[in-house]
Write a protein that binds this ligand. Structure first.
Ligand code: PEP
Length: 254
């Protein structure tokens, strides 16, 4: 069986105007050029997707969106549909990010609806799960992750699962500078892979890429990536600068 290709994605969150986004992409293209054996995606805000897509022409960096709504069109003021994202050139879409769950009322059920809607026109979900500090301290990490994984994937078949990337992002590590230790991350990644094996098959579980997210930096990426079940990173803060993001992408060279 072929190994899993590492996958590094940058989540720009609510940062960068169109001009700033284009400038950052130009820098990243140069800084990342020639990096081998790694897939890369960036998720600018909706407003910059079209312009960034143009800047990315001829580059191996994939375009991702940060969210979507499950309806295709209609009276849903402020929402963006799967077809719109596909049309603007997105290949991936982040779904169920903890900031969406925390601040915008996302539940496992709405995450699941978004997952199904994304897969319809062929978008690949980056499906985020992760426990809060309180849940971890109360010893609930595994049940919470299990609930999120099962809830988010409900009703999705093996074929669909092949298009999904999972991102384990402990909420207490996002934007806090507090990374999970490689061992803490690895044990949850292994747990997620086992759940996926139980729901689908050994083969699907071996193929699915599971990213770690939460204060990933050039300094800690290597220790994370040498773990057996960590296949990449979803990077927030450090993806806003070409210098730090490209070092993370080039983790093999460090
Ligand atoms: C994220 O937004 O998914 C994230 C992991 O952020 P940060 O790297 O800033 O912790």
């Amino acid at each position: 069986m072929m190994g899993r290709l590492p996958f590094i994605a940058g989540n720009w969150k609510m940062n960068k105007t169109v001009e700033e986004a284009c400038e950052l992409v130009r820098q990243m293209k140069l800084a990342i050029a020639g990096a081998e054996g790694v897939g890369v995606a960036i998720a600018p805000p909706f407003t910059a997707l079209y312009a960034v897509r143009k800047e990315l022409e001829g580059s191996a960096i994939c375009l991702a969106a940060q969210n979507l709504f499950w309806e295709e069109k209609g009276a849903y003021t402020g929402e963006v549909s799967p077809g719109m994202l596909k049309g603007v050139g997105c290949e991936y879409v982040i779904i169920g990010h903890s900031e969406r769950r925390q601040f915008f009322g996302e539940t496992d059920e709405t995450v699941n609806r978004r997952m199904k809607a994304a897969l319809g026109p062929g978008l690949k979900p980056i499906f985020c799960v992760g426990e809060t500090l309180r849940e971890r301290e109360e010893g609930k990490t595994f049940p919470v992750i299990e609930r999120q994984v099962e809830g988010g994937l409900r009703g999705l078949g093996e074929k669909e699962m092949k298009s999904i990337v999972v991102a384990y992002e402990p909420v207490w590590a996002i934007g806090t500078g507090k990374t999970a230790t490689p061992q803490q991350a690895e044990e949850v990644h292994r747990f997620i892979r086992e759940r996926i094996e139980r729901i689908y098959s050994r083969q699907i579980a071996e193929e699915v890429r599971i990213q770690y997210g939460g204060s990933v930096t050039p300094e800690n990426i290597k220790g994370l990536m040498i773990q057996k079940d960590i296949d990449g990173a979803l990077v927030g803060g450090a993806s806003l600068k070409s210098e730090t993001f490209s070092k993370i992408v080039r983790f093999k060279e460090m």
